[in-house]
Design a protein around this ligand. Structure first.
Ligand SMILES: Cc1cc2nc3c(=O)[nH]c(=O)nc-3n(C[C@H](O)[C@H](O)[C@H](O)COP(=O)(O)OP(=O)(O)OC[C@H]3O[C@@H](n4cnc5c(N)ncnc54)[C@H](O)[C@@H]3O)c2cc1C
Length: 308
């Protein structure tokens, strides 16, 4: 119930204005989003690299309504790729197609993606296309397949909560596409998605077992120790070595687990979001773990000081 409410509130522009205009809430959001511009994200990336982890930089933004905004987003991604190379960061980028104008037309968006992917390829880097709500699944997969036909420097994300995901994985494996497997962060109807955690978890493990032996380099993006343990056990049984896949986690979440995996010799990539449009991202993180709301509320009252 609370998860559904938080995901619905993520779409409220009034709440967005309220939350993002306050210094206290902006400071608290730093736990999940290191900054609103690229330099603090690069700094956070450097810290992760020093701790033995690679990164993926995500310039936050989705559902832009003008072509100018989409082009600005595209330019921010080529800039991020340039800075990653110039500053010797071990990392790539993650982006959302609705940030590159998917709502404004397929051809237009495909061209923006092509420009970013080409730059990544020139720099020997990689672009991960995030997966958004189910209204975009078909279009995202179509566009990724088209981009993948032109360049190997692009991959995408599959959500274990969708019934269709096994079929999508088999389709993407057919073209050697790198996949990040996640549980899924959006509010989806029971007609198309598993609703119970135990069913989503079972499907995550089933899909992980298809991905890891496939011979392509994939990522398992989860903070769930049970999913991670299942993957480690399966990889050991199948003689899949630690350099053949990676774990991914979000900036600021389960940093203890991130470090432990690095110490055990596993590859870990930290997803680092940055940018002014952090409200929907923050709401999805709160929805995943409503206990984070307590952290927010406690700090809000503490930050409000004695006059509150
Ligand atoms: C690198 C990365 C990229 C992602 N990209 C996408 C994408 O493109 N599309 C998409 O739909 N989803 C994406 N997600 C989000 C994903 O779908 C899940 O919503 C999210 O990862 C929470 O699920 P979980 O696997 O961590 O397991 P859960 O079962 O939700 O949580 C397991 C445990 O992890 C910890 N945990 C999980 N979330 C939080 C949190 N917010 N704060 C504190 N602790 C937490 C808790 O200890 C919890 O008990 C991404 C996630 C990661 C890590």
């Amino acid at each position: 119930m609370l998860r559904a409410l938080l995901l619905a509130l993520a779409k409220s522009s009034r709440l967005r204005r309220l939350i993002t205009s306050h210094g206290a809430t902006r400071r608290m959001a730093r736990r999940f989003v290191p900054g609103e511009e690229l330099p603090p994200a690069i700094e956070a990336a450097r810290v992760c690299n020093k701790a033995g982890m690679t990164v993926s930089l995500d310039h936050l933004g989705e559902n832009v309504v003008t072509r100018e905004d989409a082009e600005r987003a595209r330019a921010s991604y080529t800039e991020a790729l340039d800075q990653i190379a110039a500053q010797g960061i071990e990392g790539n980028v993650s982006l959302k197609l609705t940030h590159l104008g998917l709502d404004l037309g397929g051809e237009f968006c495909a061209e923006q993606l092509r420009i970013v992917t080409r730059r990544a390829e020139e720099l020997g880097n990689f672009v991960r296309v995030d997966m958004e709500g189910s209204a975009y699944t078909d279009r995202t997969l179509r566009m990724v397949k088209q981009a993948r036909a032109e360049s190997a420097a692009v991959g995408t994300v599959i959500q274990a909560y969708l019934f269709r995901s096994e079929e999508d994985i088999r389709d993407l494996l057919g073209i050697g596409c790198r996949i990040r497997l996640v549980k899924g962060a959006y509010k989806e109807p029971s007609r198309i998605a598993f609703r119970r955690k135990k069913d989503v978890d079972a499907n995550f493990i089933k899909l992980m077992k298809i991905l890891l032996p496939s011979g392509t380099y994939h990522a398992l993006a989860t903070h769930d120790p049970k999913m991670i343990e299942a993957a480690i056990r399966f990889a050991a049984e199948q003689n899949i070595t630690k350099d053949k896949f990676e774990f991914q986690m979000l900036y600021g979440i389960r940093t203890d687990l991130q470090s432990r995996l690095v110490r055990q010799g596993y590859r870990v990539r930290v997803y680092i979001p940055f940018g002014k449009d952090w409200f929907p991202y923050l709401m999805r993180r709160l929805a995943e773990r409503p206990a984070n709301l307590v952290f927010f509320a406690r700090n809000l009252f503490r930050g409000a000081g004695p006059s509150a």
